[in-house]
Ligand binder design. Structure first.
Ligand code: GLA
Length: 379
């Protein structure tokens, strides 16, 4: 049993004087490739990771949801009949998710429980999507509505967009709800169709946390979105998903240089993501690694969402013999990079990269060798 799982059960038992009736979980994620493509109706290729939000709970008869947030040593509660926005803190994701589920006409019952997470916050590993999906799963467990993964993911995105105020895409919620152990998932962010893609044999996925943090609510993310929408308007298409590299090149001169670079990232990243899926299906880690490297360079130079710390850790990773490829992952502006490495070199890789990164920047990296986990579930 997962260590946190046990801690959550024990804490519930101490708190409520009996064992929890239900235990639910939802994972964070790391994106292998397909960055800043989801809100352009494009393709992404993430996997759910073995970092998880856990909730132990029991139903309540009234309308109140009460949660003990172990990581904040804080007890919060709210009424399902009176959902009002408060200052942004972990509670808002729980409340916002209740609001989104109710807005879809789902009949919610109340619950009380204990919540703990080991998804690092603000690291680009989707701690908030994991919290939303775990919350949705808790409501599902006590209320019994139909668990439609795409619908639940969209309601999580609605929570982000309308309750929290971040205009994020659909990737994080989709993978947290649909991940499968041992696989990455190609997600078509327009149709929400998914395809399981196996990780190449004898490889490990390593998460390299720079220990530098971003603020997603900050303007830079929404600004990138606006720039992409402007490029789509220029091409008179719904989203940049509908533009290919030839079309982009044919009109290069008419586009303003900044818009051109933003569009070039998205259009080329969609092509790389599909090529990455093919490389994985052909069990070709070298090809996948090259595509990941190209993705990083494009995010650094054209989309301009990388940072010195991310570039430094990526360079350290690429210098190691076991590394097939490395790139920043998630929104950028800090947080994590991801590397694909030879499984038998993963431990040495983790040590060497940590040392190299400390020498280059003075920061201490957190490095996790991860496996592909299962999406949100009731245990
Ligand atoms: C954040 C958002 C996602 C996606 C990535 C960038 O994680 O929540 O929707 O846009 O950034 O790929």
């Amino acid at each position: 049993m997962d260590k946190i799982q046990q801690v959550v059960i024990d804490t519930f038992t101490d708190h409520f004087g009996e064992a929890p009736a239900l235990l639910v979980r939802a994972p964070g994620r790391v994106n292998l490739i397909g960055e800043h493509t989801d809100y352009n109706d494009g393709f992404v290729l993430p996997l759910a990771i073995n970092r998880t939000v856990w909730i132990a709970l029991r139903p309540r008869e009234d309308d109140r949801v009460r949660v003990y947030l172990m990581d904040f040593q804080q007890e919060v509660d709210f009424s399902l009949d009176q959902l009002e926005k408060g200052p942004s803190n972990p509670l808002e994701y729980i409340k916002g998710m209740a609001w989104a589920l109710e807005s879809a006409g789902l009949n919610l019952k109340a619950w009380e429980g204990v919540l703990k997470s080991d998804v690092p916050i603000g690291a680009g590993l989707s701690s908030s999507a994991a919290l939303e999906m775990a919350t949705a799963r808790a409501f599902h467990a006590v209320s019994g509505f139909v668990w439609n993964k795409a619908q639940i993911a969209k309601l999580g995105q609605k929570t982000e967009n309308q309750w929290i105020g971040v205009k994020s895409g659909i990737m994080d919620q989709m993978i947290s709800v649909s991940g499968q152990a041992g696989y990455a998932l190609l997600i078509d962010c327009r149709s929400l169709e998914t395809e399981l893609v196996p990780l190449p044999t004898d490889t490990a996925v390593v998460i390299l946390d720079t220990s530098t943090r971003r603020g997603l609510v900050g303007g830079a993310y929404n600004e990138r979105r606006a720039q992409c929408e402007e490029a789509a308007r220029f091409f008179r298409v719904k989203a940049l998903r509908d533009v290919n590299l030839d079309q982009l090149e044919a009109h290069m001169d008419q586009l303003e240089p900044l818009t051109r670079r933003r569009a070039r990232h998205v259009v080329s990243e969609n092509e790389r993501t599909l090529a990455a899926r093919d490389a994985m299906k052909a069990n070709d880690p070298s090809k996948l690694g090259r595509l990941m490297n190209d993705s990083h360079d494009s995010l650094r130079d054209d989309f301009e969402v990388s940072t010195d710390a991310l570039n430094a850790i990526v360079e350290c990773a690429r210098g190691h013999w076991a590394c097939y490829g490395a790139r920043m992952t998630g929104a950028g502006f800090g947080g994590c990079a991801v590397a694909l490495v030879k499984a038998n070199g993963a431990t040495d890789f983790a040590q060497q990269v940590a040392e190299c990164y400390r020498t280059a920047t003075g920061h201490t990296a957190q490095i996790y060798i991860t496996s592909a986990a299962e999406g949100a579930s009731t245990v």
